[in-house]
Design a protein around this ligand. Structure first.
Ligand SMILES: Cc1cc2nc3c(=O)[nH]c(=O)nc-3n(C[C@H](O)[C@H](O)[C@H](O)COP(=O)(O)OP(=O)(O)OC[C@H]3O[C@@H](n4cnc5c(N)ncnc54)[C@H](O)[C@@H]3O)c2cc1C
Length: 666
């Protein structure tokens, strides 16, 4: 890595690090990208990150955090094609991405095993598995509640062992991209903890900034994680499937999915007045013919965790709607109480699925907390570790945003479709479609980072960045950032107020309950907020908050783009699908007792064969279009010819193009 400087009238002498490949973000995906790049001989590389302890991967988990992969045990056959079919069947996912995620699944997984991530195996080395949501087989595995944390720890150890440079305490505030006709990514502008600018010029930029956690108020993303997709959207990177996200029931004091055993032990669902104490009511029972019907739905939520529009009428996702109504429509607070059985609870009257499971688990007696202690004592300890004693208090919950299936659009080597040399990997890459098997996010992050590294090593090994042009781009970005921050001094609103506004809007209009009118209005407000921020900036206290202010601007643009994509999809007749319900007067009834607005527009299944692309521009115009999804490729698997193609490096060609000629540095 070369270090020079740029002189700026506002920023002073700004350090400029020039390298072959810049990795932004140190979650499971970014770390793996760096490790794989180094293994493939790319030595001139740096990870720039808010911190090795930041992001979703190292700060989150769930009851049994799942890693979904190719089946590697037992007598039930599995193959890349069968796994690709499962991914593809989720709808609105490109077939080449499904095949790549499937074909590289074992390789990426075993790389983690080799780094000592303790994925369970039997005495013969079979990686035992279980079934997860949207999973026809036992492909899922886990190392416990903190699978992604263990992955990060193993990858961090490897990053250290390999001596890869890590610049922590840096927030990237804009991506550097060179304009058409030679448009390409060229690095990034970051601010350090003291608000000082640092420039990174790179021939390749791997963007691994995670999901859009900072977009929502009601969220189970770790509080420290805001995400950075807005950076790429501001740079004009093509996105896809932005409306497809996953929402589900989670505790909000300490953010954690209340899936698995938390539901299977059938706690009481209690709502209270806004003070969290007065007027407690068990609110589920009136909606069901018998108490046991309610309890069976709660039990099912254990492994039907995400809110799913196919499971509303008579299914377990009705529970999410009832929680939402208490929370949002009635302004009450919702809690799970594990200390006593729900009113009318009678083990003998539970449905067969719940009672068999609990009986086999030896958890038939006592209160929900006793059953939890029998089935999963760690689940109680987890909350104790975060200051919540389930034996003494109720657990506040809400239906939270958890994962974005959409994100930036990239090809089968994880390179942006319209910004060459930008490689979105991990959750910021929108490879998934409507439904994805639980645990496939981690698979996708590992596969995508591996693929990007392989492609960079094979096809972008020459450092062909025009450094002079890149320095000019960096100088312009420094000026723009300085001018915008300057505006903030005069602004009436600070970044916290601006961020709270956009987060509230996203949770109200762009989360799991949507309607054409609400989203249309939200788009108008979102555009106005973004324009106001662009014109007036926002206040921030001192140098250390400069990054927060700039991040808020980026989030504002991202929320505008997301809402616009959602509005476009609804206006085009997409209907309700995945984890998003579209309310519509006169639509299908979810439950006869629910008020009039709780009818919904059914899904138009034709859209499953298409993918929604979104092209944002810096002037605020946004184009959306549905493109037919690419089918799962039928490849030449005849060994001799496939080997020849591999030897000749044709596997990296796109659309039959010849390899790129390396260009000289200027
Ligand atoms: C509660 C919960 C449970 C989940 N359970 C599962 C599960 O069971 N199975 C599964 O497959 N998936 C699960 N997921 C999803 C999965 O954990 C994430 O998709 C995955 O960890 C994301 O990894 P990543 O590397 O893409 O991003 P992250 O781990 O979020 O890392 C992003 C990195 O980018 C850095 N960064 C961001 N912005 C900037 C910036 N501007 N400048 C510098 N650095 C920046 C962050 O600091 C961080 O280092 C769950 C998610 C949640 C929230």
């Amino acid at each position: 890595m070369r270090k020079t400087t740029i002189a700026s009238p506002v920023w002073g002498r700004v350090p400029v690090h020039t390298c072959h490949t810049l990795v932004i973000g140190s979650g499971a995906a970014g770390l793996n990208a760096a490790v794989q790049l180094r293994r493939l001989g790319i030595d001139d590389l740096v990870i720039v990150t808010e911190g090795l302890d930041q992001g979703t991967s190292i700060n989150t988990g769930s009851d049994k955090q799942t890693y979904y992969k190719l089946g590697l045990c037992g007598a039930n056959g599995d193959s890349p094609r069968e796994l690709a079919d499962t991914f593809f069947d989720g709808g609105s996912m490109h077939g080449d991405l499904a095949l790549a995620e499937a074909a590289n699944s074992a390789r990426a997984f075993l790389s983690l095993v080799d780094l000592s991530v303790p994925f369970p195996r039997d005495r013969f080395g079979q990686f035992v598995g279980y079934k997860t949501d949207h999973d026809p087989r036992q492909r899922a595995t886990s190392v416990g509640p903190y699978t992604s944390r263990e992955m990060c720890r193993a990858l961090i150890a490897e990053v250290r062992r390999l001596g890869i440079a890590v610049h922590e305490g840096r927030t990237v505030v804009s991506l550097l991209s060179q304009p058409a006709p030679a448009a390409r990514a060229a690095g990034a502008l970051a601010l350090d903890a003291g608000g000082r600018a640092v420039v990174y010029l790179a021939a390749n930029t791997v963007i691994a900034v995670g999901g859009p956690g900072g977009l929502y108020r009601t969220s189970v993303y770790p509080t420290c994680h805001t995400g950075g997709i807005g950076l790429a959207l501001e740079a004009g990177a093509l996105a896809q499937s932005l409306p497809e996200s996953q929402y589900g029931l989670a505790s909000i004091g300490f953010r954690w999915n209340v899936s698995g055993t938390y539901m299977q032990v059938i706690p009481r669902f209690v709502s209270t007045a806004a003070d969290g104490v007065s007027d407690p009511r068990e609110f589920l029972l009136p909606w069901f013919d018998t108490p046991s019907q309610a309890f069976d739905r709660v039990f099912l939520k254990g492994y039907q965790w995400p809110f799913d529009t196919r499971k509303m009428a008579g299914g377990s996702s009705l529970v999410d709607i009832l929680v939402y109504i208490e929370n949002v429509a009635r302004g009450r607070r919702v809690f799970l109480d594990f200390r006593a059985n729900p009113e009318g609870f009678d083990f003998a009257r539970l449905g067969a699925e719940a009672s068999d499971y609990l009986r086999k688990s030896g958890a038939t007696d006592g209160a929900p907390l006793d059953r939890l202690r029998t089935m999963n004592p760690g689940a109680i300890q987890l909350y104790l570790d975060h200051g919540i004693d389930l034996g003494r208090e109720m657990l506040e919950v809400a239906v939270c945003s958890q994962h974005n299936n959409g994100g930036l659009a990239a090809n089968e080597w994880w390179e942006s479709l319209n910004l060459p040399h930008l490689f979105p990997v991990g959750e910021v890459n929108g490879s998934h479609g409507v439904y994805r098997p639980g645990g496939s996010a981690l698979n996708s992050g590992q596969v995508g980072s591996l693929r990007a590294a392989e492609y960079i090593a094979a096809r972008c090994r020459e450092n062909d960045l025009d450094r002079r042009a890149a320095r000019k781009t960096a100088a312009a970005a420094l000026d723009t950032a300085a001018a915008w921050l300057e505006l903030g001094a005069q602004s009436r609103r600070d970044w916290r107020a601006e961020r709270a506004e956009l987060q509230a809007r996203m949770s109200a209009a762009g989360a799991h309950i949507r309607s054409a009118l609400t989203v249309r209005n939200a788009v108008t407000e979102a555009r106005a907020q973004w324009q106001r921020l662009a014109r007036q900036g926002c206040r921030f206290a001192g140098e250390a908050e400069k990054a927060d202010a700039m991040r808020t601007r980026s989030l504002a643009f991202a929320h505008f783009v997301y809402l616009d994509a959602i509005a476009f999809a609804i206006a085009g007749g997409l209907g309700s699908r995945g984890s998003a319900l579209v309310q519509s007067a006169g639509g299908q009834i979810i439950h006869p007792k629910l008020p009039g607005e709780w009818t919904f527009q059914p899904e138009n299944p034709l859209f499953r064969e298409q993918v929604l692309e979104t092209l944002p521009r810096s002037d605020g115009t946004i184009d959306h279009r549905w493109v037919p999804r690419r089918p799962i490729p039928e490849t030449d698997l005849w060994f001799e010819t496939a080997w020849a193609a591999y030897r000749a490096g044709r596997i990296y060609d796109r659309n039959g193009n010849a390899p790129k000629e390396p260009q000289p540095n200027s």
